[in-house]
Design a protein around this ligand. Structure first.
Ligand code: MN
Length: 328
């Protein structure tokens, strides 16, 4: 099925059904939650019933988005209680967090996403890696279904696009992103308000952790790879939470000559999460795939259960190979 056909099938499903379950990936970001909230409000505006579910309560700053208080963590659907499940911004069935995985048995499942690596787990997969964000795709679906866009829908769509494009700075920004953003502003969304909501004042633990992170920067392959490894002990020392290291990878990325920035975080005993950003044509999603992860060409990640020494060695070998392919 081509994209237009999928789009119209999805729009029809939305119009013809009444009870929807909305899910996103675990540790959701503003694109996941913004897409969920925009879709939910648009469906409600069309007299539909929605259940918004995440396994864990949504954290700051994403919980500041309009309507996030409607997201619940306690839901076990009875037979026939849900007509359609919509999974947003999730390219991998395993990334739909623990209990959500049970929930995606409420079929049919619509999958709306823009990840490059994708296992197409839905019955209807609207997957477009060229889209800056899932928010942009949600906008197109809402338009296709003819549901009205109010100020709340607009705020959430703009928040999704604005954050996934790094405020329209990243390579994934297209003229379509600006057009949709402009329309959302006309509907009442404010980029300034979204910026203020999404960029909370930084906590002291975060700054202490940042100080440590900058102190342990490492560079490999003639400075083309920049890496920071944060141990669980470092988080403990700073009394920092995992989300406090969000965006640290951008510091590495800003170092002249760095083509690939990598933030490694210890998530458990001999368990590490790698977040990668590409500054060049190197496709980090391909690298993530080799280690069982996924993502986009410019931003990807994976989690691995191994000792850090062996893991780093293997990672640098594969990363070096990928960089070698580029320079040749
Ligand atoms: Mn996204």
């Amino acid at each position: 099925m081509n994209q237009e056909k999928i789009m119209s099938s999805i729009a029809r499903l939305l119009k013809e059904n009444r009870r929807f379950l909305l899910l996103t990936h675990k540790d959701p970001d503003a694109d996941g939650i913004g897409s969920m909230l925009a879709m939910a409000k648009a469906l409600q505006n069309a007299e539909k019933e929605v259940v918004l579910f995440t396994e864990r309560p949504v954290l700051a700053p994403v919980n500041l988005l309009q309507g996030s208080e409607k997201i619940i963590q306690d839901f076990a659907p009875k037979n026939g209680e849900i007509d359609v499940t919509i999974v947003l911004d999730c390219g991998d069935k395993d990334r739909v967090g623990g209990r959500e995985e049970h929930l995606i048995r409420c079929r049919p499942v619509i999958n709306i996403d823009h990840h490059e690596v994708h296992d197409l787990f839905g019955d209807y997969n609207l997957v477009d890696p060229k889209s800056s964000s899932t928010g942009e795709l949600v906008y197109r679906v809402i338009k296709e279904a003819g549901f009205p866009i109010d100020a709340d829908v607009a705020e959430n769509i703009l928040a999704a696009i604005q954050t996934d494009t790094g405020s329209f700075r990243y390579d994934n920004t297209t003229s379509a992103s600006f057009r949709i953003a402009a329309e959302m502003m006309e509907m009442g969304a404010s980029p300034r308000q979204i910026f203020l909501k999404m960029t909370e004042e930084y906590s002291l633990p975060r700054i202490k952790l940042l100080e440590m992170a900058l102190g342990v920067m490492e560079f490999y392959k003639e400075g083309r790879i920049g890496m920071v490894t944060l141990s669980a002990e470092m988080f403990e020392k700073c009394k920092a939470q995992p989300e406090d290291s969000d965006k640290f990878v951008d510091y590495l990325r800003s170092v002249s000559g760095v083509e690939m920035a990598v933030l490694v975080r210890e998530t458990g005993k001999d368990c590490y999460k790698f977040s990668m950003r590409s500054n060049s044509t190197v496709n980090v999603a391909r690298l993530a795939c080799l280690f069982g992860g996924g993502g986009h060409a410019k931003a990807a990640g994976f989690e691995c259960h191994r000792s850090i020494g062996a893991l780093k060695k293997d990672f640098l070998k594969e990363a070096g190979r990928l960089l070698g392919d580029i320079s040749n």
